[in-house]
Design a protein around this ligand. Structure first.
Ligand code: PLP
Length: 480
């Protein structure tokens, strides 16, 4: 079925609902909801992706010289979505985000339509206040009241913000006069996220000055090894800048012992940052927040709402125990922009960006809907699903769990086949998307049990796909 476009010319918007002659008059909200409806209808379908070059040729993605009717553009968008794997359905276990939270989605859609930038109260009004309310609430969950903070486009950049502040605080004068060659180092665990060395490369700390501290048998940073590494640097005249502890490591979901690490950092006057991009959300669960015991002793904290909280990408906060830190290290003068109100109500004076998306509104909307109690229940559900998946792995003679899981990531191997290949075979067939990760040098399937809307049956199906792929590989016909 075809319908006319807004200007009545050229190609048209196609409807599949059978409404004869139905016209979608180019109304953008209607077009968007139609596209969304189609996308969501495919959430649980297998998506087989062609090779990238093949798809590139088939879609012809070049911007045109002449304008196109909106309806035709919507058709083209629809085509793109047909070849976009769903991250919200039953077949997606690949990332530290999954599912679709309708309240957060509502806030996100409204934020896009409002299209303001929360750098000033003048431009964004109440949206600035909502952002402030969230930062204060999240800070309280860490144990800081008052607390400073800023929204950033992701955990990598929340870590970046904390690293800027720590570097500037520890190397006095650097913000004004630049790096002066003083040797300095920072410390992360061997399991920490790659954004940390990457940021060190961008910040003039230097990737080689990132010390990788040994972990224990469960992937947690060893306080004794940290103590030794800092001691060694001090003896060699190197300034220990900061320690980054991870609460929820990317592959294993491990939690560093924050209280023990804080003892070491406090003894040496070193900045302690917690990368809670993944596991920070556990602060909302009375049952599981013990994994972050000692968080209040840190100096800064990264918390991604787009991971365990299910808020659409991106939504991340960098929190600071000292409320003055963001303003002290990120403020600039811009008379064309900051024209009324003080820094308190002009978040642009303590943020990384100038114009930015309002990432707070979707989190604010979702939190209004769920409350602290709803998030606690969501976490219980994630852990319950992980416990179920673990029971399946442990009952299956062909599967081996490589580590006792601390949270909702399960890393397991499959007898006789490389886990990495199993993941590739399932992906190419479009059956399920799951990542592989190396644990103690062994390639494992990293199953993330993050989407609370899944059922146990979805995990049963997932494990069937794993068995299917392993059998294909054992039979020597991975594409079979
Ligand atoms: C522990 C940890 N820190 C930081 C990040 C980076 O977060 P983002 O993808 O939001 O930049 C990730 C992402 O997986 C992570 O697992």
């Amino acid at each position: 079925m075809q319908a006319g476009s807004r200007d009545g010319s050229g190609p048209v918007w196609h409807r599949e609902d059978g409404a004869a002659g139905a016209v979608v008059d180019g109304d953008v909200l209607e077009l968007a909801s139609e596209l969304a409806r189609r996308l969501m209808a495919r959430d649980d379908e297998p998506t087989r992706l062609p090779e990238p070059a093949e798809l590139e040729a088939a879609l012809d993605l070049r911007p045109p010289t002449e304008p196109r009717p909106l309806g035709e553009v919507a058709d083209r968008l629809g085509r793109l979505l047909e070849f976009t794997p769903s991250t919200s359905g039953r077949r997606f276990f690949n990332q530290l985000f999954a599912g679709r939270d309708e309240a957060a989605l509502l806030g996100e859609l409204v934020a896009v339509i409002a299209n303001t930038s929360p750098y000033t109260y003048k431009a964004a009004g109440a949206q600035v206040l909502a952002e402030r309310a969230l930062i204060a609430h999240m800070g309280r969950k860490v144990g800081w009241e008052p607390c400073g903070g800023l929204f950033t486009p992701g955990g990598s950049l929340s870590n970046f913000a904390a690293m800027v502040v720590a570097r500037n605080e520890r190397l006095e004068g650097v913000r004004e006069t630049g790096l002066d060659g003083r040797p300095a180092a920072m410390y992360i665990s061997a399991e920490a996220h790659y954004s940390l060395p990457k940021n060190a490369g961008m910040l003039g700390i230097g990737r080689r000055n990132v010390r990788s501290v040994k972990t224990d048998g469960e992937g947690r940073m060893l306080a004794s090894a940290l103590q030794e590494a800092i001691r060694r640097d001090i003896d060699a005249g190197v300034v220990p800048l900061m320690v980054v502890a991870t609460s929820g490591t990317t592959v294993q979901g491990a939690f560093d012992p924050l209280d023990a690490l804080a003892e070491v950092t406090r003894a040496h006057g070193v900045w302690l940052h917690v990368d809670g991009a993944y596991g920070g959300t556990l602060l909302l669960s009375e049952e599981h927040r013990h994994l972050l015991r000692g968080a209040e002793l840190a100096d800064s904290f990264t918390w991604d709402a787009h991971k365990m909280m299910g808020v659409p990408l991106t939504c991340s906060v960098a929190l600071f125990r000292d409320p003055e830190m963001p303003h002290k290290h990120f403020d600039e003068t811009a008379t064309y922009l900051f024209q009324r109100d003080d820094a308190t109500y002009n978040p642009g004076r303590s943020s990384l960006q100038c114009g930015r998306r309002n990432d707070a509104l979707k989190l604010w909307t979702a939190w209004q809907r769920h409350g602290d109690a709803g998030y606690a229940r969501r976490i219980e559900r994630q852990f319950a699903l992980a416990a179920y998946a673990r029971s399946v792995i442990e009952a299956e003679p062909r599967f081996t769990l490589v580590k006792r899981p601390q949270s909702i990531n399960l890393c397991f191997t499959i007898d006789g086949v490389d886990a990495k290949e199993v993941c590739h075979v399932m992906d190419r067939a479009g059956r399920a998307r799951v990542s592989h990760g190396t644990v103690d040098g062994v390639s494992t399937v990293r199953l993330v049990c993050l989407n609370p809307d899944l059922r146990e049956a979805d995990f049963d199906e997932f494990f069937d796909h794993v068995r299917w792929a392993a059998d294909r590989l054992l039979a020597g016909s991975p594409e079979g």
